[in-house]
Design a protein around this ligand. Structure first.
Ligand SMILES: N[C@@H](CCC(=O)N[C@@H](CS)C(=O)NCC(=O)O)C(=O)O
Length: 199
């Protein structure tokens, strides 16, 4: 059965979440990486006009969290218990909220961007981090077993630690030691180490 994942040609964000989930699942997949020009041609043909898109066995699935939950359910990377699964899906949706709510419209001045991001870090982001921190059993959300929600969290943490969000320093994460440890545990997982070693 052929599986492919289409996303932009960089190791981050929603595409990396899906690639790592497939790698952790042990799925051989065609990692289709496209540039902006290719995307403009492809966009009208893609469901919801966005990436990533998973193609499996002649079917197409879009929306990152749907892809992650599908891969997780099929390969034991999502809780079997419905309530726990829903809790993980809530965490995953909160990461999407974070991405959408992150201030920084292109037309903002640098001063406005700094002010709104500092307010965001002290307000919405603090509530988010405190909430997720309280849910981490350690090292992963559910204890010793890594799930797709852990992968999603680790990818957003990578962005913060890499300084992807100007005016929100990596040190902001120091308030959440269990979350930081979760990120390290995902990065140390053999499937994740293997994925980056092959890149
Ligand atoms: N809700 C969607 C959002 C997808 C999304 O916005 N993807 C971005 C890349 S991370 C994209 O396709 N941007 C190009 C475009 O919208 O034209 C999901 O979770 O997959």
């Amino acid at each position: 059965m052929a599986t492919s994942l289409t996303y932009f040609n960089f190791d981050g964000s929603r595409g990396l979440e899906c690639r790592l989930a497939l790698a952790a699942a042990g799925v051989q997949f065609n990692d289709i990486r496209i540039d902006r020009t290719q995307w403009l041609a492809l966009k009208p043909t893609m469901p919801y006009g966005a990436l990533p898109v998973l193609e499996h066995d002649g079917r197409t699935l879009s929306q990152t969290n749907a892809i992650l939950v599908y891969v997780g359910r099929e390969h034991g990377l999502h809780p079997a218990d419905s309530w726990l699964a829903a809790e993980h899906e809530a965490v995953m949706q909160s990461v999407e909220d974070l991405r959408v709510k992150m201030p920084g419209r292109p037309d903002m001045s640098e001063d406005e961007k700094r002010t709104t991001r500092e307010e965001f870090a002290a307000g919405w982001l603090k509530t988010w981090g405190d909430t997720v921190e309280a849910r981490v059993r350690g090292p992963f959300l559910e204890g010793e077993t890594m799930n797709v929600a852990d992968i999603k969290l680790a990818v957003i943490l990578r962005s913060f630690l890499a300084g992807a969000y100007d005016h929100i320093p990596a040190s902001t994460l120091n308030a959440w030691p269990k979350l930081l440890a979760l990120g390290l545990a995902v990065n140390a997982h053999p499937a994740v180490v293997g994925y980056f070693a092959r890149r």
